[in-house]
Ligand binder design. Sequence first.
Ligand SMILES: [Zn+2]
Length: 347
Amino acid sequence: MPLVPMRQILDEAAKAGYGVGAFNVNNMEQIQAIMQAAHDTQSPVIIQASRGALKYSKMIYLRNLIQAAVEEFPEIPVSMHLDHGNSLDSCKKAIELDFTSVMIDGSLAEDGKTPNTYEANVAITKAVVTMAHPLGVTVEGELGCLGGIEDGHGAGLSVDEVNAHLTDPGQAEQFVADTGVDALAVAIGTSHGAYKGARKDPVTGKIMPPKLAMERIHQIHERMPNCHMVMHGSSSVPQELVDIINQYGGKMPDTAGVTLDNIQDGIKHGVRKVNVDTDSRLAMTGAVRKVFVETPGKFDPRDWLGPAREAAYKVYIERMKAFGQAGHARDYKPMTLDDMKKVYAKA
Ligand SMILES: [Zn+2]
């Protein structure tokens, strides 16, 4: 099976009412762990790479590793997606590498830091849609700004600033109409990375999960029931994974992620793509630290990359089940980019 356009994966998820995990990758072990989990749970899946990941893996390696994944598991619908494209050029390069979906993050200027005006966001997003749709490629846009910085990308907004840059539901409707995007990343108070907020429990003093503006998702879904929303920064940052890291010599400060309840509530109200990166990073780092501490004599990279892959696999299995995509890999006949071109040409 060739890679499928992400639009189809999201359309099918909407029909059956589930969400699909979009997992970031940088290397072979992560890709293998995702695919094994997708196979074992029979899940359609989105594998995504940031510009930083493509740079790290020298572009062609990551692309060919994902192609290998598709060859190994031909029955699993897989979409290869560019996370946070910052310009027409970065989206074009991804499409030339056979990505079947791109994100243009026009919420920030090309430097990936400065919040953009609405007009500038529409202009760049529309330009990417105009380039991508005739090739059958899916486009995700973003309105409003997320907190945190990931791979050097992000405005680095504080919690208060994040709350000033939430997605406005009325503007979201206008944005989708103005640009023709297939999926919309919404800012509801999530942040990228492992540190998502500073709310402390008044009794225990422990960091609490970020308070998300879920009502914005409900309102957008009411206005646009067919719009596929994307939740970025949706790692749950499980305490047990942080504990393993710290137990074996790590020094991660107290933190908390997005709750599964919030994610599942989003999925009930039009969220179809759930971006998770940090959780597999935590699992892998914990597994590697454990090997190094418990068996300091080991020096074969397979002895620590293998357990890292296994730890990530467990996280992916849990997420695929929780988001509801498990069991849906064979629901539909996968489309090609050529099929999708015809759909866009008719629209
Ligand atoms: Zn993101």
